[in-house]
Design a protein around this ligand. Structure first.
Ligand code: AMP
Length: 554
């Protein structure tokens, strides 16, 4: 028997329409650096999204055409987020932190026909232009430097438009088409540390369902009473789904634009008083140092979502002391990205050690995400909190393949997808009987010493809880006797001296077994980071292999 229910497609335009009509007075605030921030209501953003869609249609953008964005987090980028998929085209967010060759590869692979670019990023776009045969139009939002603007105007074969002029005078409503909910709405490439970037095409349906999950009380639990500071870039898995989720429940958005240094972030928090914020640990480490050096009133910010890399316990503790409650979350570009969120179960006492231990896990699986652990022999492992294996996931907002390029077919590489269709995450960890995931490593970062695994993350967390250590990254290096051993690289705090024996003792006192203690150590100026601020261990391993690290043995 089939149901008797209506079959309304789950579309991005449905989220937009709802946000405009029901939460029309909620606001998108964009930080401008100096003076007043720019404020736009959801109703205004919706009207401008309609104008943008009319403008893009006039430029020839039709259903399925890929429209790239090379933009910071700001109201115009939110307008593109809704306009492009709602009209049936595909939004492709370009990662402005990538080197030119990778950006150029990605924009060509995706087949961008139009690119919307912030004026401040035109210089980044210029070297790509000769390499994009499908590109017809560039739309510039905000002022570009004189020379960059002139160079762009001189590029042949590409028409240049000004964003506000493209919108001006156009109708503020658009008859959004009724699309198949399984069609691609937006395209995001992985910023992984190995291999070529891979494209994940989110569908209207996956975005809709994922946005509902973001808002659930067991996830971010944000409502129209909140102002969310969205530091996680719009080019990195749709800002963890926050713009879409916001239009569902009226969450007000505070967008930092290009002002991402700790000083401006602290000022933004003090002046605009967000209640929620989301970013990777690196950003929060920077903010913590800033607030220690220059205290400010950040009391409004009571909920902080940290994900993208493991949240060091010392960071979580420090934020607790500032009155900001950290919620740790795990996800990937391939998972839209929300996978798990670490909200402790109701049964544990608030403030207890048990509660803290739950909060440090990567979190609990929501109903929409199924997880399983696969052991080294391909066998499925029990959820007993101790059996460690590679995490595989499946669900309606998890990728089932990679985008094969504008002219290609989707690909399902065997190292990324199991034969029965689960996504192989490349993350290694355990799952507790009550469904909490604890990651101990990336499969490629785990240290295999004498047939046993050593978790690099565990060593890093223990090192970063030492007062002399600002950052620490541990990588596997070849060892004649044991196969691999850990090399600990540390960034020391200002004025601290390198005392590796003391750091070893600190690790031992933090419960690290004797055989796991690193004997190879190096002081580095900074941990190399990927384009989205994660530790780039590939670079560290490379430096070690080249002999570029000064390694001491203790
Ligand atoms: P990306 O696709 O760039 O978002 O990277 C996804 C990867 O980031 C995951 O496969 C994990 O290795 C890592 N990651 C994300 N969130 C966490 C977390 N909370 N703890 C540890 N690793 C994480």
């Amino acid at each position: 028997m089939f149901s008797t229910m209506q079959d309304a497609p789950l579309l991005v335009s449905r989220i937009l329409r709802h946000g405009v009509r029901v939460h029309g007075s909620s606001t998108v605030i964009t930080w401008t650096g100096a003076g007043e921030a720019q404020r736009r209501t959801f109703a205004e953003v919706g009207a401008r999204a309609a104008q943008l869609a009319h403008g893009l249609r006039e430029l020839g953008v039709g259903e399925g055409d890929v429209t790239g964005t090379l933009m910071w987090n700001n109201a115009e980028h939110v307008e593109a987020y809704f306009a492009v998929p709602s009209m049936g085209a595909v939004l492709h967010t370009l990662n402005l932190r990538l080197p030119t060759e990778q950006l150029s590869y990605i924009a060509r692979h995706a087949g961008d026909k139009v690119i919307l670019v912030n004026g401040s990023l035109v210089g980044l776009l210029l070297p790509l232009l000769g390499n994009l045969p499908r590109l017809e139009h560039v739309v510039v939002s905000g002022a570009a430097a004189d020379d960059a603007g002139a160079a762009l105007a001189a590029v042949s074969g590409v028409q240049v438009h000004e964003y506000e002029e493209l919108l001006a005078g156009r109708p503020t409503v658009y008859d959004w088409p009724e699309l198949d909910e399984r069609r691609a709405a937006s395209l995001c490439y992985t910023s992984g540390t190995t291999g070529e970037p891979k494209g994940v095409a989110y569908s209207h349906r996956s975005i809709y369902l994922h946005s509902m999950q973001v808002n659930m009380a067991e996830s971010m639990g944000i409502t129209d009473a909140d102002l969310s500071l969205v530091i996680v870039p719009q080019f990195h898995c749709n800002s963890w789904g926050l713009p879409h989720a916001a239009f569902m429940t009226g969450v007000n958005l505070l967008m930092p634009d290009r002002f991402l240094q700790p000083g401006p972030i602290a000022e933004m928090i003090e002046r605009e008083r967000p209640t929620h914020a989301a970013a990777v640990p690196t950003i929060w480490q920077g903010l913590l140092a800033e607030l220690t050096a220059k205290p400010r009133d950040v009391s409004s910010l009571t909920q902080v979502t940290i994900g993208g890399s493991a949240c060091p316990p010392a960071l979580m503790k420090a934020f607790d002391e500032l009155g900001m409650r950290v919620f740790h979350a795990w996800g990937m570009t391939e998972t839209s990205p929300l996978g798990t969120v670490a909200r402790p179960p109701a049964k544990v006492a608030p403030g207890s050690d048990e509660e803290f231990a739950y909060r440090l896990t990567q979190g609990r699986f929501p109903a929409g995400v199924e997880g399983r652990l696969i052991g080294p022999g391909g066998e499925e492992l029990p959820w007993d909190g101790t059996s460690a294996g590679e995490l595989e996931v499946r669900g309606p907002w998890i990728a089932g393949a990679y985008f094969g390029g504008v002219e290609g077919e989707p690909t399902r590489p065997a190292d990324k997808f199991s034969e029965d269709g689960w996504l192989k995450t490349g993350d290694v960890g355990t799952i507790s009987p009550d469904g909490y995931l604890t990651l101990t490593d990336r499969a490629k970062d785990v240290i295999k010493s004498g047939g046993e695994w050593i978790s690099s993350v565990e060593l890093e967390n223990a090192l970063m809880s030492h007062p002399d250590v600002a950052e620490a990254a541990v990588v596997a290096v070849p060892d004649e006797k044991w196969g691999e051993r850990p090399l600990a690289t540390v960034v020391l705090r200002e004025g601290a001296a390198a005392d590796f024996v003391a750091l070893q003792a600190h690790l031992a006192s933090n419960g690290i077994a004797r055989w796991q203690l690193p004997e190879r150590w190096a002081v580095i100026a900074e941990v190399p980071k990927t384009s989205v601020g994660k530790f780039d261990k590939k670079v560290l391993r490379g430096r070690f292999a080249e002999g570029a690290l000064k390694v001491e043995r203790v």
